[in-house]
Write a protein that binds this ligand. Structure first.
Ligand code: PLP
Length: 399
């Protein structure tokens, strides 16, 4: 048996078509909405193949597939260790299409309370209207998770590491609960990327990502993916054909390009993340640091067991010693290199202030109940030299 290749070898070579048009080195952008057949026999052969297997070895129409998209899907499946992958126009499109494909009226869904806001909105407001009930359980409470499942539970949805406290899911434990109940475990692994953890290897049934973040890596394109066995993906692909949220050829090309350097970027992000966490830990202007790589983090032991290199990943959250909004804003306004932005996974180091962005829809009381303090800041490490980032944070903390 061939030994498993290294991550970056797969990032470059994994999923690449053996032969590319015009002997080009990179996978070209197939900027077309439709494909033609040489004759009626080949058209019928295509239809038969789709009927039999739910997929075919060639293209017909852009909503069903595109060669650039298929190359990106094959690379993502190779990196995540899954059988197949399906790309969508955004992360939310991947999540909503997947849940719509898997759930029917009368089914039940369990999700952790720290999932992405729009994912929660979709489950609690949209799916609810179609008679699909959702139970929300506190992240990290596996007894509550086990108690929430019912005979009608089809899916357990969890996110890891989660926003903004970077809670790490004990995937094997969640898998055991899901499978005992006859349900699937679906993990939103956007913050981890396949570089830091591969949920499918740990028994999860399906993985979703917003490819807008680390996988594309440059904040210039939206996308989303679901990865797993064709057994489930066939249904989701059919739903994508009906719902129509496929990724565009150009977006798929930018994603393919970003994926090639994912291993290099993640190795650097993880190291910078760990260095930022170490710097902030014990800084007089900082009250608390939330980083899975630090021994004080509630899931430190899970992170050590499940995350690559036992590092704590590329995201760091911390609480300023001050909870006074004007002083928090002074910190943000003093930054010279780090950029305030409501996203993550870029070449730039990005900072987010949950109280005025991701959690601004809550009242101050609700934020307090949810544990979102005024001084809470989330950092997504960039590819800059770590010393420069730390110097910038230091001068802003002094301000
Ligand atoms: C950004 C994000 C999403 C949504 O992805 P889009 O590409 O913005 O639609 C879902 N889950 C997580 C964890 C995210 O960070």
């Amino acid at each position: 048996m061939q030994p498993e290749r290294g991550f970056s070898t797969q990032a470059v070579h994994g999923g690449e078509p053996e032969r590319k048009p015009w002997s080009s080195l990179t996978v070209p952008i197939a900027q077309t909405a439709v494909y033609t057949f040489d004759d009626t026999a080949s058209m019928l052969q295509y239809q038969e193949e789709v009927h039999r297997e739910g997929r075919a070895s060639r293209e017909e129409y852009g909503r069903y597939g595109n060669p650039t998209q298929h190359a990106a899907e094959a690379k993502l499946a190779a990196l995540e260790g899954g059988e197949s992958a399906l790309l969508f126009a955004s992360g939310m499109c991947a999540i909503t299409s997947t849940l719509l494909a898997l759930l029917s009226t009368g089914d039940h869904l369990v999700m952790t309370d720290d999932c992405y806001r729009r994912t929660r909105t979709f489950c609690l407001e949209f799916l609810q209207r179609f008679g699909i009930a959702t139970t929300v359980v506190p992240a990290g409470d596996y007894e509550a998770l086990a108690q929430a499942v019912r005979p009608t539970t089809r899916v357990i949805f969890a996110e890891s590491p989660s926003n903004p406290y970077l809670r790490v899911l004990d995937i094997p434990r969640a898998v055991a609960i899901a499978h005992d109940a006859g349900a699937l475990l679906l993990v939103d692994s956007t913050f981890a990327t396949p570089y830091n953890v591969r949920p499918l290897d740990l028994g999860a049934d399906l993985v979703v990502h917003s490819t807008t973040k680390y996988l594309s890596g440059h904040n210039d394109v939206l996308g989303g993916v679901v990865i797993g066995p064709w057994q489930y993906l066939q249904k989701i692909k059919d739903a994508r054909g009906t719902l129509g949220g496929v990724i565009s050829p150009h977006a798929a090309y930018l994603l393919l390009r970003g994926l090639k350097t994912l291993g290099l970027r993640m190795a650097h992000y993880n190291e910078v993340g760990a260095r930022i966490a170490a710097f902030l830990h014990g800084h007089p202007a900082v009250e608390r640091v939330h980083y899975p790589g630090l021994p004080g983090h509630p899931q430190h032991h899970i992170a050590r067991r499940l995350l690559r290199n036992e590092l704590g990943g590329a995201m760091v959250s911390f609480e300023l010693a001050t909870a006074e909004r004007a002083r928090v804003m002074r910190f943000f306004n003093a930054l010279r290199l780090c950029i305030p932005a409501t996203t993550l996974g870029d070449v730039y180091t990005l900072l987010l202030h949950p109280a005025t962005s991701s959690h601004s829809y809550l009242t101050p009381e609700e934020r307090r109940t949810a544990g979102i303090s005024e001084g809470l800041v989330r950092i997504s490490a960039g590819i800059e030299y770590a010393g420069d980032i730390i110097a910038d944070l230091d001068q802003a903390l002094r301000a």
